[in-house]
Design a protein around this ligand. Structure first.
Ligand code: ZN
Length: 160
């Protein structure tokens, strides 16, 4: 087996740090066995159930390289990401509380709030979305963004 027959997938160290727990979780789910590192530049090394190896290593330039089956692991994570709902992505980004009142939210109770309302030209892109409870979502309704921020600020000030 030649790990170098395919160009490695590259990512930044920061990106790698962010997904490292998910890589470990996925490896576990795939029945992969963690192997001891054999070189200084290696960060993670697994033996997959098919006997092939997945290696994450660090290049001289400081980039993280996914070699062999590690590329397939990244593909799996990426397709899982595509399937994750906006709510799950927002919870990962912002935590599980209402952006306005701070009440704790679950996937069931959270509603997706448009910071710039769609009626004001706001999009469904993640940067325009936040999680709020349904009460607040209704309360702020179609307020212009500046006023929404004031509502959000009130809650943030009360938390101090
Ligand atoms: Zn709320």
């Amino acid at each position: 087996m030649n790990l170098l027959c395919k160009k490695p997938t590259k990512m930044s160290f920061l990106e790698f740090s962010g997904i490292k727990p998910r890589i470990a979780y996925l490896a576990n789910n795939l029945g992969a066995k963690a192997l001891e590192l054999t070189r200084d530049d290696q960060l993670l090394r697994f033996q997959m159930r098919n006997g092939k190896k997945a290696i994450f290593s660090k290049s001289k330039e400081g980039e993280i390289l996914a070699l062999g089956e590690a590329q397939k692991m990244l593909d799996i994570l990426k397709s899982a990401d595509d399937k994750r709902t906006d709510k799950q992505k927002l919870m990962d980004r912002d935590g599980c509380s209402c952006v306005y009142c701070g009440i704790e939210l679950t996937l069931r109770t959270a509603t997706v709030e448009h910071v710039i309302p769609q009626s004001h030209g706001g999009t469904n892109e993640l940067y325009n979305l936040a999680l709020s409870c349904s009460d607040c979502n209704e309360r702020v309704g179609n307020l212009p963004p500046a006023q929404k921020l004031i509502v959000a600020r009130e809650h943030l000030l009360m938390a101090i």
